[in-house]
Design a protein around this ligand. Structure first.
Ligand SMILES: Cc1cc2nc3c(=O)[nH]c(=O)nc-3n(C[C@H](O)[C@H](O)[C@H](O)COP(=O)(O)OP(=O)(O)OC[C@H]3O[C@@H](n4cnc5c(N)ncnc54)[C@H](O)[C@@H]3O)c2cc1C
Length: 450
């Protein structure tokens, strides 16, 4: 039996045709409408997962490589992270800083990774333009805010590295500049401002990608969970409750929602972790003034267990951070209250404000803190992209493009660490949740001390 809140480590699949969660983004948005897969169908490329990765891959295959793929989504288009995230289009993915990337692979690779991250943002902008996607982009830039004095120096060093090495146009802002122009917060001691990052409506972006892929010739079937993957001669058969699909090639784009025992290419190679969001009631003019909030403010702090927040176009605050450890606890009010308390500590003028929405989603964390866009076998039949560690609006869109190139045999790919090895397996994978529990305790301790 499936749990009411899907848990990838416990449930065999994400369900069939489940509705969108009751989120701020899903209000007033109809599901992308199409029938489920039925009967037996054939395809050159089957893609599992109707989020940014799968849909971007489908559009790029159909429009750039003359391959009409078939997308199978268990529930609704954008039902996973792609319809639940904060809508921050950021410069990066994974959890490695540029300094760590440079230490690990050298300066040339760090330059190539930087270029790929910037291109990922451009990919989102291009797709929005090409598809005329009504996802309300807000171009105010993004702030990485030092939540305490000790973090200020780290941000300054980061700014120097980014400007000198990559020519990045980011700027360091002092506490006074933040207070004057962005927000009044006792937890804002300085910040980096990234002018090229932007915010958007994530679910509308996902549905826009689906429209584009469909118009370009891809077949898209929501309400079609893959419950079994089996080899069939030189092909692969995917079984869903209402049909089956025989494919030459397979792309696994189910990311944090991938069931535990799904395919040997991905099993035990990532860790699904819950991230949660609250959205407040609209702020009154007095509340907004008291917080000094600039329109379109989009920020994340420097904690180990980070909080991120946005002022939405209708004057609500979206505030997110870590969630529960197990799926069955995801909707417990204690996690909503924790986020609300953290919001009030960040913006004390909002004391007493109510959270009107609260929801969670599974992000995919890799063992070594960076994702992969991978060909999983020697034959070139199975591909996947996952492990974005909670930062994937831009990267998933780019990963879909890169996956399409790999599937189509286009060798014109940059040499990047993401593409040169498979995701490593977690040792003692059954203890991943115990490890997360310990990490959260350590993180709270560190964030309390520093
Ligand atoms: C609360 C939250 C906030 C976030 N905020 C941000 C942010 O502001 N900025 C940012 O860059 N990133 C953010 N992220 C991360 C970002 O949303 C993801 O990295 C990105 O959306 C991943 O897209 P995807 O297509 O790879 O996976 P998903 O969008 O998760 O799609 C995977 C899909 O696969 C389907 N699926 C799984 N198993 C099967 C099966 N057996 N058969 C068929 N279908 C299946 C699922 O139903 C799901 O729809 C956030 C994530 C969460 C949860």
């Amino acid at each position: 039996m499936l749990s009411s809140f899907y848990d990838p480590l416990l449930d065999s699949n994400p369900g069939t045709g489940r509705p969108y969660p009751v989120s701020y983004w899903a209000q007033g948005v109809n599901p992308w409408s199409a029938p489920a897969l039925s009967g037996e169908q054939q395809t050159e490329v089957a893609i599992i997962g109707g989020g940014y990765t799968g849909l971007s891959c489908a559009w790029h295959l159909a429009s750039q490589h003359d391959i009409q793929p078939t997308v199978l989504e268990a529930n609704q288009i954008g039902w996973g992270c792609s319809g639940r995230n904060g809508g921050f289009v950021l410069n990066g993915t994974g959890r490695l800083s540029f300094a760590q990337i440079e230490n690990k692979w050298g300066e040339q690779t760090a330059q190539a990774v930087y270029a790929e991250y910037r291109q990922a943002i451009d990919t989102v902008s291009e797709l929005i333009d090409i598809g005329d996607i009504p996802c309300a982009p807000e171009y105010g830039g993004y702030l990485k805010i030092a939540h305490n004095r000790q973090s200020v120096e780290l941000l300054k060093q980061q700014a120097i590295l980014m400007q000198r090495k990559f020519g990045d146009p980011l700027r360091f802002l002092s506490a006074q500049a933040l207070e004057k122009n962005y927000l009044h917060s006792p937890q804002a001691h300085g910040a980096l401002h990234y002018p090229y990052c932007f915010g958007l409506h994530p679910l509308k972006l996902a549905q826009g990608y689906a429209n584009m892929a469909h118009q370009a010739g891809a077949k898209i079937y929501p309400q079609s969970p893959v419950i079994k993957i089996q080899p069939e001669g030189s092909k692969i058969r995917l079984l869903t409750p209402s049909g089956s699909l025989v494919a030459d090639k397979l792309v696994i784009a189910s990311n944090g929602y991938t069931p535990n025992q799904f395919h040997s290419a991905v099993d035990k190679r990532h860790f699904p972790v819950l991230s949660s969001i609250i959205v407040t009631a609209p702020l009154s003019d007095a509340q907004r003034q008291a917080c000094g909030l600039k329109s379109g403010l989009m920020a994340m702090d420097t904690r180990t267990l980070k909080y991120y927040y946005r002022l939405l176009p209708d004057n609500r605050i979206l505030f997110g951070g870590r969630g529960a450890i197990r799926g069955k606890d995801a909707n417990h009010p204690v996690y909503k209250k924790r986020l609300l308390d953290a919001l009030v500590q960040t913006l004390p003028a909002l004391n007493g404000i109510q959270a009107e929405y609260f929801w969670s989603g599974w992000v995919s964390v890799s063992l070594d803190d960076y994702p992969r866009i991978c060909q999983a076998d020697d034959k070139g039949q199975v591909f996947y992209a996952m492990g974005y560690c909670g930062s994937g609006v831009s990267f998933a869109s780019q990963a879909g493009k890169r996956l399409a190139q790999r599937v189509a045999g286009d060798l014109n790919l940059p040499t990047l660490p993401f593409m040169q090895s498979p995701l490593p397996q977690f040792p003692m994978a059954q203890f991943r949740r115990l490890g997360l529990w310990a990490f959260y305790h350590l993180g709270r301790f560190r964030d309390g001390l520093l």
